[in-house]
Unconditional design. Sequence first.
Length: 71
Amino acid sequence: GRLLTRSDAALHALSRLGGAWSLLAAAGRLVPRPLRDGAYAVVARFRRRLFAPPEGPCPRLPSALARRFLP
């Protein structure tokens, strides 16, 4: 029932993955929110350069449905 934004949402997602990701999320929560959100903004600004976008709409999407989406 909560709306999570920026780094809070990312840390929540990491904690839900479990394992070592939960430890990383717990460590991230020790960093003050303004610093976390600043780092989040930098990654968001350069994410297209850091991470390659998928080549198609979705690699798991059946080809019959993939034609409905723009490339």
